[in-house]
Design a protein around this ligand. Structure first.
Ligand code: NAI
Length: 249
């Protein structure tokens, strides 16, 4: 058990799986109380794994009332909010823009972009009531460079990066730091094979990333921990690639 987040209260969205689950477990191991939020039901499992320092909240991050309720739960249950990890997201259909449906556009933008907006809208009010804190938004390498057949997903993640920078400026002198992590291809529930194999099998290659391997949820969680705690006290407005070098090339 580390002590980097002793006394802090964190919300993690998408805490039922992948990067969010790893983040929730790591934040708790570092001393934080954690609100585990997800739409899947698996938020209950993550919260149970953590124990008394966690509470599960069933939310759709694209619904304002759910997000407001999630923030209220943090304050009612644990008395404050210091850290908001806006991580929930979906991939959406991988199609040419000419083939994408309007419904898929609205869904992906609703979860990935509006979800982060709502999280910050309600979460930052609570963080300010606690005297300041840290917001971490999960964007993507796809928000920094183009990915084929990912126009809508890329737009949602590019939007998350720009929103992160604008909000970072607005709160830079008010004690709230706002940063983004940009995962490269990471072995999580977003990868179909990961449901069967918790760790990336050696025979599933990842040629696109210079390190020639998949990222692990735990490697994204440690980046989020750095941004969540005082180790990054002078860092705000960054979009940090955690991608084995992917966006360099
Ligand atoms: P995951 O599928 O393992 O976890 C995402 C979680 O978000 C799931 O538990 C899901 O139920 C939850 N979720 C989806 N829609 C929701 C909603 N409307 N409200 C509340 N929760 C919702 O996938 P992963 O990879 O851990 O995803 C986390 C973030 O990382 C996402 O924002 C994703 O876009 C981003 N990312 C992932 C990459 C990868 O290669 N896995 C690459 C770049 C970004």
């Amino acid at each position: 058990m580390g002590h980097r987040l002793d006394g802090k209260v964190a919300i993690v969205t998408g805490a039922g799986s992948g990067i969010g689950r790893a983040g929730a477990l790591l934040f708790a191991a570092e001393g934080a109380k954690v609100v585990c939020a997800d739409i899947s039901g698996d938020e209950e499992k993550t919260a149970a794994e953590i124990g008394a320092a966690a509470v599960a909240v069933h939310v759709d991050v694209s619904v304002a009332a759910d997000v407001e309720g999630m923030v209220t739960t943090a304050e009612e249950r644990f008395g404050r909010l210091d850290i908001l990890f806006n991580n929930a997201g979906i991939g959406g259909p991988k199609l040419l823009v000419t083939e994408q449906t309007e419904e898929a556009f609205d869904h992906v933008i609703g979860v990935n972009l509006k979800g982060v907006f709502l999280g910050m809208k309600y979460g930052i009010q609570a963080i300010l009531r606690s005297g300041g804190g840290s917001v971490i938004n999960t964007a993507s390498a796809a928000g920094l460079v183009g990915w084929r057949k990912n126009a809508v997903y890329g737009a949602s993640k590019g939007g998350v990066i720009q929103m992160t920078k604008a909000v970072a400026l607005d709160y830079a002198d008010k004690g709230v730091r706002v940063n983004a992590i940009c995962p490269g291809m990471t072995w999580t529930g977003l990868v179909p094979d990961a449901k069967e194999h918790p760790d990336p099998p050696a025979d599933v290659p990842m040629p696109y990333q210079p390190m020639k391997r998949w990222g692990l949820s735990s490697e994204l969680a440690t980046a989020a921990l750095f941004l969540a705690g005082d180790d990054s006290s002078f860092v705000t407005g960054v979009a940090l690639p955690v991608d084995g070098g992917y966006v360099c090339g």
